[in-house]
Design a protein around this ligand. Sequence first.
Ligand code: RIB
Length: 331
Amino acid sequence: MPVSIRDVALRAGVSVGTVSNVLNRPDKVSETATLRVLTAINELGFVRNDAARQLRAGRSRTIGLIVLDSGNPFFADLARGAQARATEAGLVIMVASTDGDADREHAYLDLFEEQRAFGVLISPHDVDPGRLEQLRSHGVPYVLVDKGANEPAVSSVTVDDVAGGRLAVQHLLRLGHRRIAVVGGAESISQVADRLLGARQSIAQVPGASLEEIATAELSVLAGREAGRDVAARLRADRPHAVFCVNDLLAVGMLQAFSLLGDVRVPEDIALIGYDDIAFAASTVVPLSSIRQPSALIGATAVDLLLAEGPKHVLFQPELVVRASTVRGAP
Ligand code: RIB
C-alpha cells in the first residue's frame, strides 16, 4: 500500500491538516512542525497523490506545449523559456512535437484535455480552430505561440514574421545583390508564408531585383543541404547571388552543401542569411547572418498569457544579426 498522508501525520505527531498545509500552504506552518513532517515524509518515502489534488483543483499543474519540431533549437529555446516561467508559478511544461502530423496534433490536444492540463501552448500546424475552442470550453485555456490569433478572444505571442522576411531581403539588397532566392517550406506554414510575403515586399521596392522562390519539403538541415546541392549544380550564371533561408536549419544545410562541394564560396559567390538566430548560427564554418527571434522570451510570455486574465496579443519585432555569411570580415 502506498504511504498515505495519514501515515505521515501519525509518524510526525501532527494532524492530517498540518501535513496538507506543509505540502500546499507551507507559510501557515511553524518551522518545528514543518521539520517533523518533512522528516516523516523522507523516512516513510511518501509521494503526494497529485490525482486527488487535481480532482479537487479541477486542473493539473502541467502545461502542454505543442510545437512543430522539438528537434529545432528555436523550439527548444522557446520551451526552456516557458519552463523557467512555469517553474516560478509552481507549474511544469510537457513538450509534444507534431512534426507536421495533423493527427498527432489532435491526439496531443485530446491527451492534455483528458489530463485536465492547466493549459495548452500551441504552435499550430494544421489544427482545427473549432477543436481549440472546444478545449477552452472544456476548461483548458490555450495560447497560440509563434502564430498571431485572428480573433480578439484568443491570446497569442509571436514575432512579426512579415517584418522579419522584409528585413532579411532588405539586408541583401543593401549589399547590392539583385538576384535573390528565398528557400524553404510550404506556404501552408504560416511562419513561412509571412516571411515570404515580407521578402516579396522588399524585392518590389527595388527595380531590377528578382526573387526566386525555392520550396523545400521540410525546414531541416537535410532539406537545406539538398537545396544547396541543387543551387551549386547550376551553371554559375544561373545561380542566385544571395539566398534567404526561412530558418537557420535550412541555412546551415546550404552552408554545409556549399562547403562540401567546394565551388561555392560564402559570401563571395553567394551571400546567405537564415532566420531564428539559434545558438549554432554564430559558430558555423562561416558564421551565419540571421533574423533573431527572442525564442526564450516568446516561451515565457506564452506562460504569462496563460496565467493572465483576459486575452492579449503580443507581437515582438525581429532583429537583424549581421555575420560573415553576408558581409566579409563581419564577426
Ligand atoms: O518551424 C519552422 C520555423 O518556425 C522555426 O524555424 C521558427 O522560425 C518558427 O518560427
